[in-house]
Design a protein. Sequence first.
Length: 160
Amino acid sequence: MGRDSKGFSLIELLIVVAIILIIAAIAIPNLLRSRIAANQASAIGSIRVINTAEVTYSSSFGTGFSSTLLQLGPPASGPVSASAAGLIDSVLASGTKSGYTFVYAPALPDTSGRYNGYTLTGSPVTPGQTGTAYYFTDQTHVIRGNVTGTASAADSPVAQ
């Protein structure tokens, strides 16, 4: 007497699960690499925005470059000023955006109190997962990169 059963056998279901796992094993690393590439492109874009904001800040307020990233950000309320210039968004002004942390340091002020230089580094929040490259720029606006550790003025410029 034959069994007339409708549905999938256990072997058929195991084969389908195995195929799905193989596809996932191939797709997930590519997805992670794409996310890292997107974060790194965003980091370079953010550094460009900060460099441009610094030039605008310096020419608008006559005090040289800003002393913090927060000074480039938007005011909590009211008009823009030297303490909140509204030149970058509040997320970037906080120092973390798209998997990267940005550390801004002004040069020592001159005798008149003007900041005539700065350095900015961009590092992955979680190296190897949110990014693999480290970035550096200063008042020259040349963006430099390093894949082995924190970038500095001695590193090669990145392709822009």
